[in-house]
Design a protein around this ligand. Structure first.
Ligand SMILES: [Zn+2]
Length: 190
């Protein structure tokens, strides 16, 4: 179910302090999006390790929302996991090469490097093994973060929200926040 999947992305990013710009709930005819038809967009690029962790957690949000709501068969897990894996690999690679990723902008990176990511194999086997471990650690932590965030919201409220949003194509941020409030989902104030 696309609505629940996208709500998952939107909730996780908003709960982690990055209000989703909008939820796109219907296939977009104008663009072949590599992210799939739908995306809860985070407005800021990735500036820090926390942003990276949050963003990867947001990517897991779709699948986790389905899991929390006991829905079988995902509405976009493949692309999300691929993206999460690429981001984690990119970060770990940069980290291991002691490169600064300071001002890198997530959207720019996604557009320019989605297929290639410009990653070259690390020079030694032990570095490669270490990098794989770090990537897995990063992904596992983000998945856990998404799970605990959505578990706290709970199946009941997610389903209620899905019912309110299910006939909409695009849900702008303020509408999303309004409906979240309506079903009793609270976000941390910054
Ligand atoms: Zn998704």
């Amino acid at each position: 179910m696309v609505v629940i999947h996208e709500i998952g992305h939107g909730l996780v990013s908003t709960l982690l302090g990055h209000p989703a710009q909008m939820l796109i709930l219907s296939p977009r005819k104008d663009k072949k999006e590599s992210w799939g038809n739908t995306l809860a967009r985070i407005t800021r690029g990735i500036l820090s390790k926390k942003d990276l962790d949050d963003h990867i957690a947001m990517l897991y949000g779709g699948i986790i929302a389905e899991e929390v709501c006991d829905i079988e068969g995902s509405a976009g897990a493949g692309a999300d996991l691929e993206e999460a894996g690429s981001l984690a690999a990119w970060w770990v690679d940069s980290f291991m090469r002691k490169q600064s990723v300071g001002r890198a902008n997530l959207i720019g990176i996604t557009d320019a490097h989605h297929d290639s990511w410009g990653l070259h194999p690390l020079p030694t086997e032990s570095l490669r093994r270490e990098s794989e471990k770090l990537i897995k650690k990063l992904l596992d932590a983000a998945e856990k973060m998404a799970f605990s965030a959505l578990k706290k919201v709970g199946k009941k409220k997610i389903l209620k929200l899905a019912r309110l949003l299910e006939n909409k194509d695009i849900v702008p941020r303020n509408t999303f926040l309004k409906y979240c409030k309506k079903v009793g989902i609270k976000f941390p104030s910054k």
